[in-house]
Design a protein around this ligand. Sequence first.
Ligand code: CP
Ligand code: NVA
Length: 304
Amino acid sequence: MTATRHFLTLNDLSSEEFRGIIARATELKKMQREGVSHPYYPNKVLAMIFAKASTRTRVSFEAGMAHFGGHAMFLSPSDTQLGRGEPIADSARVISSMVDLVMIRTFEHSDVEEFAAHSSVPVINGLTNDYHPCQLLADMQTWFENRGNISGRRVTWLGDGNNMCHSYINAAKLLDFELVIGCPEGYEPNSELLAANSDRVIIKHDANEAVANADLLVTDVWASMGQEDEQIERARAMAPFQLNGALLGKAKSDALYMHCLPAYRDKEITTELMANPETVIWQEAENRLHAQKALMEFLLEHSS
Ligand code: CP
Ligand code: NVA
């Protein structure tokens, strides 16, 4: 009997598994493009618990399960007993006795860990305050589709040392790339995670220095969900790290740039870069669908 595999951070995958999921995502994408149906998981059910808003994550998981011939169920804490104080452990035990996969988007990462500890089926982290690993599957798929292997390349993260930045640190280790984090003082990522990856991750408080020789620039909102009250001070601090034409011009001439979306134009990224017909940002968003289908397939095939 194989143990239940969860996907709470990228570290739940080996480097080979990560690369395998990306390759499979591109295959599934091709099948969908060519109209080859792939109902591999009829009657399988995915429960999706969303304690925070979502467009891409919800639509991609729900559409993905439909393509597989299965079903996705949207649950929000405000209309389940989770929001009325039913313990996470009890909820996990009951929900996982009825479905085949669970996806959770919430605030505390420890809540997802606790749910997984009591779940008999794979649990997927659909974003916590600390990590957003599903987005990295899509981002790396997008890189591989456009540029091939990312090993040895230089990626620059711009802005807040947030959940996405933490997942980029994990990706740098697994896929063997160099990560430069350009952020203002006081907005650095988690210091323990940084220390554990100090061989390949560096911090620069100067945006121009941060983007030098970069193959890929990545940014995200300056105030994440739950930080709405800090919008003004964050915008002031992070303004020098805006992803714009001038900064992009200082990276490598063929550098790509990404944003997980939603994007706030002329805050963390300019209208001009969002409107650029060459941008891979829309491909990156679509790849959430394909990457998560490959992830769900992987988890279903690798769990008892
Ligand atoms: N990038 C991302 O996770 O988007 P949603 O918040 O719309 O799911
Ligand atoms: N860092 C952002 C990502 C949104 C997809 C947030 O947590 O709100």
